[in-house]
Design a protein around this ligand. Structure first.
Ligand code: ATP
Length: 271
């Protein structure tokens, strides 16, 4: 597991308190609290528009909240200095829904971009590290020479993941990583996340709508509703809630199918 210089091991790697996010008169989050533990995969779920992506963006410092405190790996994200931002960019990996690769660069150049930006290493070493990350993300060697437009959706996600892993982050942020993938591609991506977490000791913050990913990947799940985190815990713990959204989400046909596939009942995943 990666060592972290700025927070002791029992401190949460992400600590959010009293978070308020507003757009004009519209309040997305009001007094939201959240802790993410070191080494866990936390799934963040909630209805459309409950503010999952806004929460992710606030935690990584891409959006300044109206009130509250956010600590990420010991950094005060609401008052982050430029110097701290540069350090932090090396400690976290981001994978957004669309992958956000540079279309004019090859996969290798995309993965090398953060290495060249943050590390003072010779070109040959940057190439070597990029090749390692491309392979770690489960892409064949020749994928490095391809442009994003030449890849399938699943391969593009892997390329974006390789770039997110380029600087050996401690925390990986994923925004709907399996969205747009076919069932087999989604299942493979889930397996990749789990194996990376195990081999690299990553902490993973994953926004998802995908119940199969939740069951397969996550140690805990946080449910967003009513402008805050209304439940957090293992899926079994959260499912016991009688909140109507949780009952519908986990107890509806898709929720039951995902559960059945986890418990070995004869419903297939993502049927
Ligand atoms: N830049 C912005 N300007 C104005 N409103 C915004 C902005 N970004 C987000 N919002 C609003 O904040 C709310 C939460 O958005 P967010 O994208 O976080 O939801 P979400 O839970 O991720 O939704 P989904 O599951 O549909 O992706 C929405 O009502 C959205 O319209």
């Amino acid at each position: 597991m990666s060592a972290n210089s700025s927070a002791p091991d029992d401190e949460p790697v992400i600590k959010v308190r009293g978070l308020v996010n507003r757009f004009g008169d519209y309040t997305v989050h009001d007094d939201l609290d959240l802790d993410v533990r070191r080494g866990e995969v936390l799934g963040v779920v909630g209805g459309s528009g409950t503010g999952k992506s806004v929460l992710l963006r606030a935690i990584v410092g891409l959006r300044r909240p109206q009130a509250g405190t956010i600590e990420l790996l010991g950094h005060d994200m609401v008052n982050l200095s430029e110097a701290e931002r540069a350090t932090l960019n090396q400690e976290i990996g981001l994978l957004f829904q669309d992958g956000a690769l540079f279309s004019s660069l090859t996969v290798r150049q995309n993965v090398m971009a953060p290495i060249k930006e943050h590390l003072d290493v010779p070109q040959s070493l940057a190439r070597e590290v990029a090749a390692m990350k491309i392979s770690l993300a489960g892409l064949p060697d020749d994928a490095g020479d391809k442009y994003p437009a030449e890849l399938s959706g699943g391969m593009r996600k892997r390329a974006a993941l390789a770039r997110a892993l380029a600087l050996d982050p401690q925390v990986l942020f994923l925004d709907e990583p399996t969205a747009g993938l076919d069932p087999v591609g989604a299942e493979r991506f889930d397996e990749l996340i789990v194996s990376l977490r195990e081999s690299l000791g990553l902490t993973v913050f994953m926004v998802t709508h995908d119940l199969d990913s939740l069951y397969h990947d996550c140690d805990r799940v946080a449910v967003l509703a009513e402008k805050r985190v209304i439940a957090i815990g293992s899926i079994d713990e959260v499912r016991r809630s009688d909140h109507p959204w949780i009952e519908e989400y986990f107890g509806g046909p898709r929720g039951r199918a995902a559960l059945a596939s986890q418990t070995g009942a004869p419903a297939s995943r993502r049927a």
